[in-house]
Design a protein around this ligand. Structure first.
Ligand code: F6R
Length: 238
């Protein structure tokens, strides 16, 4: 049966601490778990808290495996705007995770179609994510699944919408440097995770409401989460 818990918190810090607690609990429960991870502004505080908890000796990542949602096409992992770089910089370089156990789709692959097939099969081969962390776009995207006529089932490449390119431009020196394509888990890939944890700042209040209480439609990709059996949403009110 579908079940969604909505936890409302007052600050970004509270959101981050709660999200890190849930991820920490997952690692305690299953030390060799598969964590599905996201990039962007929303999870930075969560990753900081995980790093702090690791430094306090509360968390051990030595057997944890990770699969990231997405990556920009055309950027290699040493590009500071790539999601691989983001993950190393915000989490992996600061905890005792084995980098060989961390996985981000290869956006610089020569054959992106083949890379999409490989990444989907890889996720399946390790049993999918025990816990998938998600942010949400202002248009309801999760991963880089933009509003569309259908829910994409598998890892695939996408053309980013103007609104997503504009939102991401803040992180690039020049707007023309923002990649226009990405490779992302599909909605089907995301929905196969055992548990989903969605974190959203106050600016996402309206879209979270629409996604959780509006019709289930690929025009609001996150609305599909209404059908998942185990979703926790942490929504920051300020
Ligand atoms: C990132 C991702 C995106 C972001 C979303 C929200 O890996 O898949 O769906 O989660 O765009 O981004 P922020 O948190 O920057 O508002």
């Amino acid at each position: 049966m579908a079940s969604t818990r909505i936890l409302k918190v007052k600050t970004y810090e509270e959101m981050s601490v709660l999200a890190a607690s849930m991820i920490g609990a997952q690692v305690l429960l299953k030390p060799d778990c598969v964590l599905g991870l996201a990039t962007g502004s929303s999870p930075i505080g969560t990753y900081q808290t995980l790093v702090e908890n690791y430094r306090k000796g509360i968390l051990d990542f030595s057997r944890v495996r990770t699969v990231n949602l997405d990556e920009y096409c055309g950027l290699t992992g040493d590009n500071p705007n790539s999601y691989r770089y983001f993950m190393n910089d915000n989490l992996f370089d600061h905890v005792n995770i084995d980098k060989a156990n961390t996985h981000v789709p290869n956006g610089a692959a020569e054959d992106l179609e083949a890379e999409a097939v490989r990444y989907e099969q890889f996720i399946e081969s390790i049993g999918g994510a025990d816990l998938q962390l998600l942010g949400i776009g202002h248009n309801g995207h999760i991963g880089f699944n933009e509003p569309d006529d259908c829910f994409p089932p598998k890892v695939h490449t996408v053309a980013l919408t103007e609104s997503t390119i504009n939102a991401n431009a803040r992180l690039f020196e020049r707007r023309e440097d923002v990649p226009t394509q990405a490779i992302t888990m599909g909605i089907g890939t995301i929905m196969k995770a055992n548990k989903i944890l969605l974190i959203a700042g106050a600016d996402k209040k309206d879209i979270v409401e629409k996604a959780l209480f509006g019709p289930v439609t690929p025009q609001v990709p996150a609305s599909v989460l209404q059908l998942h059996r185990d979703v926790t949403v942490i929504l920051c009110e300020n």
